[in-house]
Ligand binder design. Structure first.
Ligand SMILES: Cc1cc2nc3c(=O)[nH]c(=O)nc-3n(C[C@H](O)[C@H](O)[C@H](O)COP(=O)(O)O)c2cc1C
Length: 193
């Protein structure tokens, strides 16, 4: 069983990656394979609404050479998805939004490729607006027949400065450990392990 963690922050070693990394580490320790994929800071394009995915039904996006199809293949093959983003003006980063729009649309166009996967949103923030970003991620899960994994609080971590300020947010970190454990439990139940 595998969980793909997607970092929507353009900082590959910033607060978001620290939070996501902790959830993935916990899953890993409990026997689930994990992979972290960096989407923030890449040249991923938005959906062009060309509907080629609906016509072709080939589980691919017609916009090529921006790394999307490779990431989408990993998402489809995994049993769990954790999508993480810093809060940008009370929402997610444009790179993660582009991934959500295209992957959610192609998954639907091809008969529900995300059906019955486990999903979790993880968001970091400096001060406010994270719940709206958290919701933006969950909206895709909720219309993709996915099971959403929560924790002891919403999956948020506070961090401002570049790097690892989020490591001072003990409650946020504990939440990530709990999220990893809960996703492990759900995956093991779903897949009879
Ligand atoms: C363009 C931009 C917009 C931001 N908007 C918000 C915001 O609306 N609310 C907030 O609390 N923090 C905001 N922040 C701060 C980041 O969300 C926060 O520092 C986050 O932990 C950064 O994660 P990272 O280190 O993984 O990049 C913003 C940062 C940037 C660069």
């Amino acid at each position: 069983m595998k969980v793909i963690g997607i970092n929507g922050s353009p900082r590959p070693s910033g607060n978001t990656s620290k939070m996501l990394g902790l959830a993935l580490e916990t899953l890993n320790r409990e026997g689930i394979e994990t992979e972290l994929v960096q989407v923030g800071g890449t040249d991923i394009k938005g959906c062009r609404a060309c509907f080629a995915c609906i016509r072709n039904k080939d589980s691919r996006c017609a916009t090529k050479n921006d790394g999307f199809n490779e990431i989408f293949e990993k998402m489809v093959a995994a049993q769990g998805l954790i999508l993480a983003s810093p809060t940008y003006f009370a929402d997610i980063t444009p790179e993660l939004k582009a991934l959500i729009d295209r992957s959610g649309f192609i998954a639907r166009a091809n008969g529900g490729l995300f059906r019955h996967k486990a999903g979790a949103a993880v968001v970091t923030l400096r001060r406010a607006g994270a719940i709206h970003a958290f919701d933006s991620i969950n909206h895709m899960f909720q219309m993709s027949q996915m099971f959403i994994v929560g924790s002891t609080y919403w999956n948020l971590g506070f961090g401002g400065r570049e790097g690892d300020e989020v490591l001072n947010d003990a409650e946020g970190l504990e939440n990530m450990r709990d999220l990893g454990s809960s996703m492990t439990l759900l995956l093991k139940k779903l897949h009879n392990h």
